[in-house]
Design a protein around this ligand. Structure first.
Ligand code: BG6
Ligand code: MG
Length: 208
């Protein structure tokens, strides 16, 4: 039986997934690296550094560690500027309802995100105090698709992995949930066929 819900952040709670894309696209265009929404699916859910590695697989020249560090910082700068626009109105449909229903049912809730900008985003959208635990990319060495973020969230909640439901919009996130031995609800078009236990187009269309 489900005792806890672990929500991914970008693309589940708020549509910052699009801001990630816009920021990477700006870097890719300037560097002359082919990049589009299809390619971007591979970056969803994975860390900033790993995202850059995937993006640069299409580059026509090798990049030094120093250059990569700079590009990752630059991307984060562009992304952070976009985040300044966020308000509670950007919370995705169904999210507040799910949090409320989870609480009413006595379920524990957590955020499990690869993003090191998690705290800032939760603050911007006014959800900082809504979750029993928040685990981010800053808390683990191995980001999604490794199970570490979700396992740490379960540990902090005091709930066994098998009793946790992960809500994810990224293939790497569904992979991480499975590796953690958790149930999964895929949300959105990018996880329609990646083997989540359940799927819905938006959280608003899914039953808790
Ligand atoms: C995930 C996003 O939530 O966080 C990825 O889906 C992103 O696209 C990752 O690369 C890391 O985010 P940040 O904010 O630390 O660069
Ligand atoms: Mg996501």
């Amino acid at each position: 039986m489900t005792q806890a819900i672990i929500f991914d952040l970008d693309g589940v709670i708020v549509s910052t997934d699009h801001y990630h894309y816009l920021a990477w696209k700006q870097i890719a265009d300037r560097e002359g690296v082919p990049f589009d929404e299809n390619r971007n699916v591979l970056l969803r859910g994975v860390s900033r550094e790993e995202s850059l590695e995937i993006l640069l697989e299409q580059a026509s020249r090798p990049y030094s560690a120093e250059e990569k560090k700079k590009l990752a910082e630059e991307k984060n700068g562009i992304y952070r500027k976009l985040l300044q626009e966020l308000t509670p109105a950007d919370i995705l449909p169904g999210v507040v309802d799910w949090i409320e229903r989870a609480k009413a049912k006595g379920l524990r809730t957590a955020i499990g995100s690869s993003s090191k900008n998690t705290d800032f985003i939760l603050e911007r959208i006014g959800l900082s105090d809504e979750f029993d635990a928040v685990v981010t990319g800053a808390d683990v060495t191995h980001s999604k698709p490794a199970p570490d973020i979700f396992l740490l969230a379960a540990e902090r909640l005091g709930i066994s992995p098998g009793a946790c439901l992960v809500v994810e919009d990224a293939p790497a996130g569904i992979q991480a949930a499975k590796a953690a031995g958790m149930q999964s609800l895929g949300v959105g078009e990018f996880v329609k066929e990646v083997g989540a236990d359940r799927w819905a187009l938006t959280l608003g269309e899914a039953d808790l």
